[in-house]
Design a protein around this ligand. Sequence first.
Ligand code: PCA
Length: 209
Amino acid sequence: MTTVLVTGFEPFGRWTKNPSGDLAVGLPIMLKHHPFTTHGEVLPVSWTDAVPKLRAAVFSYQPDILVLLGVASSAEIRIEVMAKNVAAPLPDNAGKYPQNHGLYRIDGEKPVALFTKLPLESLIYAPSAAEKTPMRQPPISSIPSFDAGAYLCNFVFFHALSEFPDISSCGFIHVPPYAEENPTMGADPGALQEAIAGHIVTIVEAFES
Ligand code: PCA
């Protein structure tokens, strides 16, 4: 049976909640009746600890599909097209900075950018993608994003693509904040969970076809 690992992050900075971490906890329960296995893991917003925790989860679950989630200030669901080999000198939750000696590169031996391995066209252009699980809320639109930032989300995305070449379906999706934290661009938690659950189903279908 196909195994999916979904990761999200803990709250950070000005966000007191992080929907991506809640999705990583909630999606395995929501998707439990589907004919694939879903595991979730919440990663720390830490330059030193996020990647080791991701590696440990990949080692223990051996996923066929790895979907990394994070929150971004956007009303849309952003399907990240590429990970950059760049880490910005911004503090993590422990107040620490990336160890790149002021060169801003994640890894000087690796390419400048790596491309997502998620089925982009199915996620962005198929209007039915979000309708594969029962919809009780108006759908949240999904758009391609050509910039995953230069903070922990991009960092984990870049490490995943470069460290797990055997995972043929691997990518990053940025989700909106909750409406309670940002009334102008925030999403309803139920609508967000349904939309991302639909995307997971689409990713599994593309992987298995
Ligand atoms: N978003 C941040 C890091 C954790 C998260 O959920 C980012 O976009 O880098």
